[in-house]
Design a protein around this ligand. Structure first.
Ligand code: IPE
Ligand code: IPE
Ligand code: MG
Length: 237
């Protein structure tokens, strides 16, 4: 029996410039395999690279990933250390191949808590990739409430007595890019977990039970196709 292959969007257009991912489910993915949670993060990092590449090839201009929240410090030290090591390795790789990968790196969050060598590494990565095309925002020690409180502090320091929505938007860690069109969360939970609360005002949402390390190109196609069935009204009719 023959089935007509369902059409998938070959390339995205301006309706889908920015996708954000809540990369959740690494721990459960490892647990299912009777492996330590760190093993899930190692495989999650592989998926992260694959998904960034695929979304970039599809014509997505901005990708934001939730890598580590302000609340994730509650986890055991060995797990936190493993995640930080993976991130540090990723930065090294991304910088070494910056001309081929064409990724413009940005880090969203409070970087002041990191040791000097890590801060320097982050600053250098942002600097050497600044002229690249595909914007990749990595939310690290990120919490949306902390981000909004920080934006208020920035505006107070600037001496603002009247604050517009544009002022707040311009003082957030995401000031360099437009709001996400689509926020995808893997791992089956239906919540934002303190991610992009301000920027998500009119985002479309997609929740999947797929655990992050299992997310693949086929499901990205499905998610993009689903996005194109949505009608965004922004309060209009
Ligand atoms: C990855 O998934 C998200 C990070 C905080 C790095 P988790 O580690 O939260 O995996 P689950 O949700 O426990 O399965
Ligand atoms: C959200 O996942 C944070 C990241 C993906 C980095 P969590 O696993 O920390 O979220 P909760 O605790 O289930 O809400
Ligand atoms: Mg989780």
């Amino acid at each position: 029996m023959f089935f007509k292959k369902k059409e998938t969007v070959a390339m995205v257009d301006d309706r889908l410039r920015h996708i954000a991912f809540i990369m959740d489910g690494n721990g459960r993915w490892a647990k299912k395999r009777s492996m330590p949670r760190e093993f899930g993060h190692v495989n999650g990092a592989k998926t992260f690279k694959k998904i960034i590449r695929y979304c970039g090839d599809k014509g997505v201009k901005i990708i934001t990933v939730y890598a580590f929240s302000t609340e994730n410090w509650k986890r055991p030290k060995n797990e936190v250390d493993a995640i930080m090591k993976l991130l540090s390795d990723y930065i090294d790789d991304a910088v070494a191949s910056v001309d081929e990968n064409n990724i413009q790196l940005h880090f969203l969050g409070d970087m002041s808590i990191f040791p000097e060598n890590i801060k320097a590494k982050i600053e250098n990565a942002e600097k050497v990739s600044a002229d690249k095309e595909l914007v990749l925002n990595i939310a690290l020690n990120y919490g949306a409430r902390a981000e909004i409180a920080h934006a208020c502090e920035v505006l107070i320091k600037e001496g603002k007595t009247n604050v517009s929505e544009d002022d707040v938007t311009g003082a957030l860690y995401t000031a360099h890019c437009q709001d996400p069109d689509l926020i995808v969360r893997t791992g089956g939970d239906l919540r934002l977990s303190n991610f992009l609360l301000w920027q998500a005002a009119y985002a479309e949402f997609y929740f999947t039970d797929t655990l992050w390390p299992d997310l693949d190109e086929r499901e990205i196609d499905k998610i993009i196709d689903d996005f194109y069935t949505r009608k965004r009204r922004y309060g209009g009719i």
